[in-house]
Design a protein around this ligand. Sequence first.
Ligand SMILES: Nc1ncnc2c1ncn2[C@@H]1O[C@H](COP(=O)(O)OP(=O)(O)O)[C@@H](O)[C@H]1O
Ligand SMILES: [Mg+2]
Length: 293
Amino acid sequence: MDRIVLVENLNYSYPPLVPGDPVVDALQGISLTVRRGETLAVMGPSGAGKSTLCLALCAVVPHSTGGVFGGRVTICGQDTRTTTPAHLSACVGVVFQDPESQLFSATVEDEVAFGLESQGMLRDDMRQRVDWALGLVGMSDHRLRSPVVLSGGQKQRIAIAAAIATRPDLLILDEPTASLDPAGALEVVQALEGLRHETDCAQVVVTQDAELAAALADRVLLLDGGRVTHDLPAHEALRSPGLLTEHALFPPPLAVLNAYLQARSLPVDWRTVDEAVAGVRRLLGAEGTCRRS
Ligand SMILES: Nc1ncnc2c1ncn2[C@@H]1O[C@H](COP(=O)(O)OP(=O)(O)O)[C@@H](O)[C@H]1O
Ligand SMILES: [Mg+2]
């Protein structure tokens, strides 16, 4: 099946925290698809509904949250209204923002094997699968360590290995780098880039980081106030500084530079810093302003 995620006119309201309070309309009229092998970045301001959408994709919304649910979410052909999160976990892996809250085993290999054990996998198969998952995130040398002693980036890579060990059709990552320092965030982005080449699962990555989206995403879904405002090819969304700032996102510096020069009738579209450096050299050289002898 090519279409892993199908969301049709999804509306969702959380129940009021205090009886009598107004309900919170978290998602309104959301429709989207994600195909096998495709990575969708979900972006937008805080409170836009990004995490709620993730919870709807793994059936936690509405099964564990209650509230008012309308429309339809179909994951790997299963309607989430009639499929529990536990049942769906066979084909959906989820990684949250805070790695601390997701790791609870004594060793890294136990952590990664946990989901496989609950699927009743044979020991030898399990060992191979743990090797594969740890290799993909570059953590093979740490299998006997306690997750507690690892850095934030390493912990998050273990959480990703645990989520992919079951070979899910859909991997959901809700702000996977938001609580990491720059070095840890880079480790996780590199692990996710490697994953894209090694598996063909569909990925939904929530992020506020346009650079991360540029590295990973095929498409960008922009949410605001619980609604989809744009669903665009990633290169189109991420080279529009105005669109990103409207959604409280910082545009990639190269996009700002490209837009600045385009507005001055210079038809540039530099994709990498190296391209930009070469392009600026050419421009300055052509105007004779940076020639040094
Ligand atoms: N458990 C909850 N109960 C009630 N309202 C919630 C709950 N979780 C989130 N919300 C509300 O739903 C809206 C969307 O929240 P969320 O999906 O967390 O947004 P984001 O991840 O984009 O920051 C917000 O108005 C938020 O306050
Ligand atoms: Mg969130």
